[in-house]
Design a protein around this ligand. Structure first.
Ligand code: HEM
Length: 138
């Protein structure tokens, strides 16, 4: 059971990384696509990132629930920092989803542009979380 949860954790991680990397690359290269189309593409990656994060949260919490607090203790300070960063990640995703929703409602790319910095912060946060997760158990 733990192995399946860990597998789902890694699938979530893959989806999160893919969404975080693909979105800015695509945004920079889709100048020839009309506004509605661009918003749709960004939204698809945003949904993928949100599903990835949901998988990470559900599988992570279930792994802890299955094994008890031993894993948290074993992960030490690194694990605690990781969880704080996961909190930050949730906030960043929330802000980017709000901007995306505004962009869809108004069909205005100005709101999407606000997500450029948020996207960079999300990628940096995700990389830091992976670093903390690696330090926690190795
Ligand atoms: C953005 C969110 C997250 C990312 C990117 C992430 C990333 C990772 C990575 C890369 C590993 C593999 C580390 C290793 O075993 O070498 C891992 C393992 C783990 N994570 Fe997460 N994680 C996230 C959220 C969470 C949450 C919210 C929890 C629990 C509350 C959690 C609990 C765990 C546990 C229990 C392991 C397995 C430790 C083991 O190997 O036994 N993770 N995570």
């Amino acid at each position: 059971m733990f192995a399946i949860l860990f597998f789902l954790h890694m699938v979530g991680l893959g989806m999160g990384m893919a969404a975080n990397l693909a979105s800015p690359i695509l945004s920079a290269n889709m100048t020839s696509i009309e506004e509605g189309g661009r918003i749709k593409i960004v939204r698809t990656f945003s949904i993928m990132g949100a599903i990835g994060l949901a998988l990470l949260l559900i599988s992570g919490m279930t792994m802890i629930a299955l094994t008890g607090p031993g894993l948290i203790t074993a992960g030490g300070l690194w694990f605690k920092i990781k969880i704080l960063l996961v909190g930050l990640m949730i906030v960043l995703l929330g802000i980017s989803q709000m901007n995306l929703a505004k962009a869809r409602k108004t069909n205005d790319l100005v709101h999407l542009a606000k997500n450029k910095l948020i996207g960079k912060l999300s990628l940096a946060t995700l990389l830091l979380i992976i670093l903390m997760a690696s330090f926690a158990y190795h």
